[in-house]
Design a protein around this ligand. Sequence first.
Ligand SMILES: Nc1nc2c(c(=O)[nH]1)N[C@H]1C(S)=C(S)[C@@H](COP(=O)(O)O)O[C@H]1N2
Ligand SMILES: [Mo]
Length: 350
Amino acid sequence: MNRRTLLQLLGQTSGGVIAASVFGGCQSRSFDPLLLLGSLRADEPLPDRVITPLSEFYVQSYALPSRVNADTWELHIKGAVNAPLTLTLSDILQAPQETFYLTMECIGNPTGGNLIGNAQWTGTPLLPFLEKAGIKPEAKEFAMKGADWYETTLPVAELMREGVRLVHQMNGEPLTAEHGYPVRIIIPGHFGQKQPKWLVELSAIAKPKTGFWENQGWSNTAEIPTHGMIRQVQERRVWDKRHRVTLDRGGEAGWETGVLIAGVALDRSTAITAIDVSTDQGATWHRAEQNRPESPHEWTLWRYAWNPQKPGTYTLLARATSHRQQQLLDDKNGKDGSTGVLRIQATLNA
Ligand SMILES: Nc1nc2c(c(=O)[nH]1)N[C@H]1C(S)=C(S)[C@@H](COP(=O)(O)O)O[C@H]1N2
Ligand SMILES: [Mo]
């Protein structure tokens, strides 16, 4: 197999600049949440996990990052509750702490795009606080607000699950201002839209309502579908706006000695059980090698070593299957999130 050094990789994968039109507040610098793609080399074991460094983690904000003063920050649990609660940062820091891994993705992430990242998070379970407040039977949803007045909602039962946490650390550091300092909520299984940053209010409401992005047509459940994405072909970063690669026969990254196709896959709530790769437009499929994260909320890494026999133009597809569902073959980039497969055109020069 070809040898690819991380340095070489850094030079060649400039990431991709997400079109600012997908969502407001997009940053325009070039970044790549799979900067560590180099660890998906064919000649080394698949790593157990790839963490996205903060410098490469996407930021998606409704307004400019709010500066919240941690000393005066408060979270209000109110509305249809028996005993409204006001929490300070020290209440949250003194409660039992849990550290977990979870992949955050924006519902507007185009297939294979960069609005996705995997991080280690630390926080405290929300459930004991909700139980203390006592949710009244008429409460249907929680309206969650950020200090920037971003708002989104979810059914009461979604927030009363284990695994929902008030998070104050990302990759072992206090949340940065951009990622929601001092506290954000994380509700596994949903796209980033349902994870308000700078969280200041959880209001139990009897009459369901929709939030900021939902009012613009984005899914109100925003559940993560089973989806896999090709991220790289040899050392080239590929995605929906850069879906063509041309490889020469010889040389370090030539196709003659094999082509590495690698990526990630994710589902709302169940493990990814298979990633299948096709190099002939979906006529035949080959099982990729994958890792098995402990949590279904962390992306699965996969790779497939393709041995093309002759030059030509090929269409590469990768499709994920979880315990819940198999990814659709159409290239769907809708307001429910990208559920379809990405078609990569690979030209192998003679
Ligand atoms: N308060 C607040 N929370 C928010 C947003 C926002 O604009 N304001 N954007 C949401 C969206 S659309 C996404 S995809 C995630 C992104 O989280 P990140 O910026 O930490 O990657 O935050 C969510 N939480
Ligand atoms: Mo988002």
